[in-house]
Ligand binder design. Structure first.
Ligand SMILES: [Zn+2]
Length: 196
Protein backbone atom coordinates (compact mmCIF):
# COMPACT_ATOMS: atom_id res chain seq x y z
CA UNK A 1 0.00 0.00 0.00
CA UNK A 2 1.41 3.39 -0.89
CA UNK A 3 2.40 6.00 1.64
CA UNK A 4 -0.55 8.39 1.08
CA UNK A 5 -3.11 5.65 1.56
CA UNK A 6 -1.29 4.57 4.71
CA UNK A 7 -1.54 8.12 6.08
CA UNK A 8 -5.31 8.16 5.51
CA UNK A 9 -5.65 4.72 7.12
CA UNK A 10 -3.65 5.98 10.13
CA UNK A 11 -6.26 8.70 10.65
CA UNK A 12 -9.14 6.21 10.57
CA UNK A 13 -7.26 4.00 13.04
CA UNK A 14 -7.53 6.75 15.64
CA UNK A 15 -11.32 6.40 15.67
CA UNK A 16 -12.86 4.29 18.46
CA UNK A 17 -13.44 0.65 17.56
CA UNK A 18 -11.49 0.80 14.27
CA UNK A 19 -8.74 -1.78 13.77
CA UNK A 20 -5.99 -1.92 11.13
CA UNK A 21 -8.05 -3.83 8.55
CA UNK A 22 -11.14 -1.66 8.85
CA UNK A 23 -8.99 1.47 8.73
CA UNK A 24 -7.49 0.33 5.43
CA UNK A 25 -10.91 -0.59 4.06
CA UNK A 26 -12.23 2.89 4.94
CA UNK A 27 -9.14 4.55 3.43
CA UNK A 28 -9.63 2.70 0.12
CA UNK A 29 -13.35 3.47 0.21
CA UNK A 30 -12.84 7.21 0.77
CA UNK A 31 -10.11 7.54 -1.85
CA UNK A 32 -12.27 5.84 -4.46
CA UNK A 33 -15.15 8.27 -3.88
CA UNK A 34 -15.61 11.24 -6.25
CA UNK A 35 -13.62 14.29 -5.09
CA UNK A 36 -16.82 16.26 -4.28
CA UNK A 37 -18.01 13.50 -1.90
CA UNK A 38 -14.69 13.56 -0.08
CA UNK A 39 -14.79 17.35 0.14
CA UNK A 40 -18.36 17.30 1.51
CA UNK A 41 -17.26 14.75 4.15
CA UNK A 42 -14.30 16.89 5.23
CA UNK A 43 -16.38 20.08 5.17
CA UNK A 44 -19.11 18.57 7.39
CA UNK A 45 -16.53 17.63 10.03
CA UNK A 46 -14.59 20.90 9.77
CA UNK A 47 -17.75 23.04 9.97
CA UNK A 48 -19.14 21.12 12.95
CA UNK A 49 -15.77 21.23 14.71
CA UNK A 50 -15.61 25.03 14.31
CA UNK A 51 -19.05 25.51 15.87
CA UNK A 52 -18.72 23.06 18.73
CA UNK A 53 -17.84 24.17 22.25
CA UNK A 54 -18.44 22.91 25.77
CA UNK A 55 -21.30 24.31 27.83
CA UNK A 56 -19.66 26.00 30.83
CA UNK A 57 -22.54 24.83 33.06
CA UNK A 58 -23.18 21.17 32.16
CA UNK A 59 -19.99 20.38 30.17
CA UNK A 60 -22.07 18.97 27.29
CA UNK A 61 -20.92 19.48 23.70
CA UNK A 62 -22.84 22.46 22.37
CA UNK A 63 -22.98 25.14 19.72
CA UNK A 64 -23.75 27.86 22.26
CA UNK A 65 -22.75 28.58 25.86
CA UNK A 66 -24.87 27.96 27.88
CA UNK A 67 -26.19 25.09 25.79
CA UNK A 68 -29.80 24.88 24.59
CA UNK A 69 -30.77 22.65 27.52
CA UNK A 70 -29.22 24.75 30.31
CA UNK A 71 -30.59 27.91 28.69
CA UNK A 72 -34.15 26.56 28.46
CA UNK A 73 -36.34 27.97 31.25
CA UNK A 74 -39.12 25.48 30.39
CA UNK A 75 -36.98 22.64 31.71
CA UNK A 76 -36.95 21.55 35.35
CA UNK A 77 -33.86 23.20 36.83
CA UNK A 78 -34.26 21.34 40.15
CA UNK A 79 -33.10 17.97 38.73
CA UNK A 80 -29.71 17.17 37.21
CA UNK A 81 -29.09 13.88 35.44
CA UNK A 82 -25.39 12.96 35.56
CA UNK A 83 -24.04 11.00 32.58
CA UNK A 84 -20.63 9.83 31.41
CA UNK A 85 -20.65 11.02 27.80
CA UNK A 86 -22.30 13.58 25.49
CA UNK A 87 -23.96 10.80 23.48
CA UNK A 88 -25.76 9.70 26.67
CA UNK A 89 -27.52 13.09 26.76
CA UNK A 90 -28.69 12.50 23.21
CA UNK A 91 -29.98 9.02 24.09
CA UNK A 92 -31.90 10.31 27.13
CA UNK A 93 -33.34 13.21 25.14
CA UNK A 94 -34.65 10.76 22.54
CA UNK A 95 -36.53 8.88 25.27
CA UNK A 96 -38.65 12.07 25.80
CA UNK A 97 -39.17 11.02 29.43
CA UNK A 98 -36.79 13.40 31.14
CA UNK A 99 -37.20 17.18 31.30
CA UNK A 100 -34.56 18.21 33.81
CA UNK A 101 -30.96 19.30 33.22
CA UNK A 102 -27.81 17.25 32.63
CA UNK A 103 -24.20 17.11 33.70
CA UNK A 104 -21.60 15.35 31.55
CA UNK A 105 -18.68 13.88 33.53
CA UNK A 106 -16.61 12.96 30.45
CA UNK A 107 -15.78 9.52 31.77
CA UNK A 108 -16.16 7.35 34.87
CA UNK A 109 -13.89 6.63 37.82
CA UNK A 110 -11.32 4.03 36.81
CA UNK A 111 -8.28 4.03 39.13
CA UNK A 112 -6.52 1.34 37.06
CA UNK A 113 -6.61 3.64 34.03
CA UNK A 114 -5.51 6.61 36.12
CA UNK A 115 -8.96 8.23 36.03
CA UNK A 116 -9.74 9.74 39.42
CA UNK A 117 -12.23 12.45 40.45
CA UNK A 118 -9.91 15.22 39.19
CA UNK A 119 -10.02 13.83 35.64
CA UNK A 120 -13.83 14.07 35.58
CA UNK A 121 -16.11 17.13 35.65
CA UNK A 122 -17.03 16.54 39.29
CA UNK A 123 -15.84 19.90 40.60
CA UNK A 124 -18.04 21.56 37.97
CA UNK A 125 -21.00 19.48 39.19
CA UNK A 126 -20.44 20.44 42.83
CA UNK A 127 -20.25 24.12 41.81
CA UNK A 128 -23.79 23.81 40.47
CA UNK A 129 -25.06 22.63 43.84
CA UNK A 130 -24.00 25.62 45.91
CA UNK A 131 -27.41 27.34 45.66
CA UNK A 132 -30.59 25.63 46.83
CA UNK A 133 -32.20 25.24 43.40
CA UNK A 134 -31.16 21.61 42.83
CA UNK A 135 -33.28 19.06 44.71
CA UNK A 136 -32.30 15.81 43.02
CA UNK A 137 -29.31 14.29 41.26
CA UNK A 138 -30.06 11.29 39.05
CA UNK A 139 -26.90 9.29 38.44
CA UNK A 140 -27.16 7.75 34.97
CA UNK A 141 -23.64 6.44 34.59
CA UNK A 142 -23.23 3.16 32.69
CA UNK A 143 -24.24 -0.04 34.52
CA UNK A 144 -20.66 -1.39 34.63
CA UNK A 145 -18.03 -1.47 37.41
CA UNK A 146 -16.73 2.04 36.71
CA UNK A 147 -20.23 3.47 36.36
CA UNK A 148 -21.37 1.94 39.67
CA UNK A 149 -18.23 3.11 41.49
CA UNK A 150 -18.81 6.63 40.14
CA UNK A 151 -22.46 6.55 41.28
CA UNK A 152 -21.52 5.66 44.85
CA UNK A 153 -18.69 8.15 44.93
CA UNK A 154 -21.11 10.93 43.86
CA UNK A 155 -23.75 9.81 46.38
CA UNK A 156 -21.18 10.04 49.20
CA UNK A 157 -20.24 13.57 48.14
CA UNK A 158 -23.69 14.94 47.41
CA UNK A 159 -26.04 13.40 50.00
CA UNK A 160 -24.46 15.35 52.90
CA UNK A 161 -25.50 18.54 51.04
CA UNK A 162 -29.13 17.57 51.66
CA UNK A 163 -29.78 16.77 48.00
CA UNK A 164 -31.57 13.54 47.03
CA UNK A 165 -29.36 11.21 44.96
CA UNK A 166 -31.02 8.55 42.82
CA UNK A 167 -29.66 5.89 40.48
CA UNK A 168 -31.45 4.94 37.27
CA UNK A 169 -33.13 1.55 37.56
CA UNK A 170 -31.45 -1.68 36.62
CA UNK A 171 -32.99 -3.37 33.63
CA UNK A 172 -30.39 -1.83 31.40
CA UNK A 173 -28.13 -4.66 30.26
CA UNK A 174 -25.28 -5.05 32.79
CA UNK A 175 -22.01 -3.79 31.40
CA UNK A 176 -24.04 -1.91 28.80
CA UNK A 177 -23.68 1.61 27.56
CA UNK A 178 -26.37 4.23 28.22
CA UNK A 179 -25.58 5.87 24.90
CA UNK A 180 -26.70 2.79 22.99
CA UNK A 181 -29.74 1.78 25.06
CA UNK A 182 -33.11 2.00 23.32
CA UNK A 183 -35.51 4.83 24.20
CA UNK A 184 -38.16 2.63 25.89
CA UNK A 185 -35.61 0.97 28.18
CA UNK A 186 -34.05 4.32 29.07
CA UNK A 187 -37.41 5.97 29.76
CA UNK A 188 -38.29 3.08 32.13
CA UNK A 189 -34.88 3.24 33.82
CA UNK A 190 -35.31 6.96 34.56
CA UNK A 191 -38.91 6.56 35.74
CA UNK A 192 -38.04 3.68 38.10
CA UNK A 193 -34.93 5.28 39.59
CA UNK A 194 -34.11 4.43 43.21
CA UNK A 195 -32.61 6.55 45.95
CA UNK A 196 -29.02 5.63 46.87
ZN1 LIG B 1 -25.42 23.01 29.37
Amino acid sequence: MNHDLELVADQFRRLPGIGVKTARRLAYFMLERPAEDVNAFIKAITDARKKICYCSICCHLATSDPCEICGNSERDHSIICVVEAPQDVQALEQSHEYHGLYHVLHGALSPLDGIGPDQLKIKELLNRLSGDEVKEIIVATDPDTEGEATAYYLARLIKPLGIKVTRIARGLPAGGDIGYADSMTLAGAVENRKEI
